[in-house]
Design a protein around this ligand. Structure first.
Ligand SMILES: [Zn+2]
Length: 229
């Protein structure tokens, strides 16, 4: 499942690898793994960073994060509650706690944390901007919230991941609200164990936001998304 190819100019590659928020993102220079659970550590032989959004079992597997970190010597960026659980497993100089509003640079790639409307201790969402300026918004398990509109206007997202199931209170409708507020070029319904939920999201999107592309990802398949010309 590792991504061997490098994205074309002004593009990123991504893979959705579990039924939750597990996403692998590859920019021209960096490989980022978000919320790895239900997968083997050797699926990520070249990680530059692991990003954790919150401490729930379907997002944080401490042992797995430890293995990936050990194999690749990558950084681990996590919300405060997850940082606490990882502090004795990850070398201190590699573990970075992040809070909404803060930004970390990995070379020319930017990782910014924002608020997340989900019932965990201090959950975050992540805005990843590639060296070419491709903008990805990983909204973790978030339900819609007002500030998403201003974040969307500010960032002009190319891709937004929208939770459509499993997490408390989420549905194709709540996922659609995320897309409606953030106005991406491409909306990706994820965090679901039934394709029916993703298709329902696509149906609402087609009707309400016909100019937004819906990309229903298959698990473990590589997709490329390019920056809006
Ligand atoms: Zn979840």
């Amino acid at each position: 499942m590792p991504i061997k190819n490098t994205p074309e100019e002004n593009a990123i590659l991504f893979v959705w690898f579990n039924h939750y928020a597990g996403v692998l993102i590859k920019t021209p220079s960096k490989t980022l793994v978000i919320d790895p659970v239900d997968i083997r550590s050797r699926s990520f032989p070249n990680s530059d960073a692991v990003l954790i959004t919150h401490e729930h079992y379907d997002h944080l597997d401490q042992r797995l994060v430890k293995e990936i970190q050990k194999n690749t010597n990558c950084k681990v960026i996590a919300d405060p509650a997850s940082t606490k659980r990882l502090q004795h497993l990850i070398p201190i100089e590699k573990l970075i706690e992040i809070n909404p509003g803060s930004e970390i640079h990995l070379g020319e790639v930017s990782i910014k944390a924002e608020k997340c409307n989900h019932s965990a201790s201090n959950p975050v969402t992540y805005i990843i901007t590639s060296e070419d300026g491709v903008k990805v918004f990983h909204t973790a398990d978030s339900l819609p919230f007002e500030e998403l509109a201003s974040i969307g206007t500010r960032e002009k997202f190319d891709v937004v991941f929208c939770t459509v199931g499993i997490a408390a209170g989420t549905s194709p409708e709540s996922g659609f609200e995320i897309a409606k507020l953030t106005k991406p070029q491409v909306a990706v319904p994820y965090h679901a164990n039934s394709v029916a939920y993703q298709k329902k999201f696509a149906e609402i999107l087609r009707k309400e936001m016909p100019r937004t592309t819906c990309l229903i990802p298959e698990l473990n398949k590589i997709y490329q998304v390019s920056k809006k010309a």
